[in-house]
Design a protein around this ligand. Structure first.
Ligand SMILES: NC(=O)c1ccc[n+]([C@@H]2O[C@H](COP(=O)([O-])OP(=O)(O)OC[C@H]3O[C@@H](n4cnc5c(N)ncnc54)[C@H](O)[C@@H]3O)[C@@H](O)[C@H]2O)c1
Length: 260
């Protein structure tokens, strides 16, 4: 435990797994009061257990970020339990990769609703409380896919690009309130999302894919969730008090490398 975030109230979406869970645990073990939101109730309970073991003050609530009523009641719950939200991290996301011609409207709508509308709804609700608090940090988890193109990811990439544009533009509206808005674009990080991608391949294909992913960045390895949580901690802390409207790439140089 350290005390860096004592007095802060954080709401983190996608808190049942992967990056969202790691972000929740990092903030809670630094003294923030944390509400973890997710559709996955069992995963949330695991996050709560892990946080309790580390002495964190973390509550969990099932919430579908694509549903405005669900988001509204989650933020009301958080305010009632903890006070005004001062840190909001939107990490919930889905990756429905498929070639564009076979993608149905339902999958398009869901991807846009979870990955783009969800963070925007959460930003709106958190902002109402940050305005009262007179300060705040909003972070959307985007992706290097906002600027790098992979086959099968048209809609996913569009949502991630949209988050960067939305955060940059929202930063203009919130600066006077003392609220900073930024995005983080991770490269490939070892989470259940990556495990699901690998599960669709046989052992040999998976091993080849992992080698390709490692070779596609300058450091030659896959990232750890804690390396994204560290970026969140930086952007949410007073150390980033002059940082707003940016996209922070945490990708081991993936977007810098022309891999020929
Ligand atoms: N892992 C990577 O390599 C990587 C790279 C770039 C960007 N990202 C982004 O980081 C974020 C987290 O990814 P991850 O790898 O931890 O994924 P993950 O699948 O491991 O975790 C995502 C979490 O979001 C939750 N979720 C999904 N839909 C939801 C909804 N409608 N409402 C609330 N919660 C919902 C899931 O239940 C899950 O717990 C995502 O936005 C993803 O696009 C991940």
């Amino acid at each position: 435990m350290n005390n860096e975030f004592v007095g802060e109230v954080a709401v983190v979406t996608g808190g049942a797994a992967g990056l969202g869970r790691e972000i929740c645990l990092a903030l809670a073990s630094s003294g923030a009061k944390v509400l973890a939101l997710d559709v996955d109730g069992a995963g949330l309970e695991e996050t709560k257990l892990l946080s309790t073991e580390r002495g964190g003050d973390l509550k969990v609530l099932q919430c579908d970020v694509a549903d405005s009523e669900s988001v509204k009641s989650a933020f009301e719950f958080s305010e009632k339990e903890f006070g005004h939200c001062t840190i909001m991290v939107a990490a919930a996301g889905i990756a429905l990769y498929t070639d564009y011609l076979s993608m149905g409207e339902k999958d398009m709508d869901r991807t846009i609703a979870v990955n783009l509308k969800g963070p925007l709804l959460c930003a709106q609700e958190s902002l109402r409380q940050m305005e009262k608090a007179g300060k705040g940090s909003i972070i959307f988890i985007s992706s290097v896919q906002a600027v790098m193109s992979l086959f099968g990811c048209v809609v996913y990439a569009a949502t991630k690009s949209g988050l960067i544009a939305a955060a940059r533009t929202l930063a203009l509206e919130t600066g006077k309130m003392g609220v900073r808005v930024n995005t983080i674009s991770p490269g490939t990080i070892d989470t259940p999302m990556l495990d699901r991608d690998l599960a669709s391949m046989n052992r040999e294909e998976a091993a080849k894919f992992l080698e390709k992913v490692k070779a596609a960045n300058v450091l030659g390895r896959i990232g750890k969730p804690s390396e994204i949580a560290d970026a969140v901690m930086y952007l949410s802390s007073p150390k980033a008090s002059y940082v707003t409207g940016i996209d922070l790439r945490v990708d081991a140089g993936f977007a810098a490398l022309k891999n020929i």
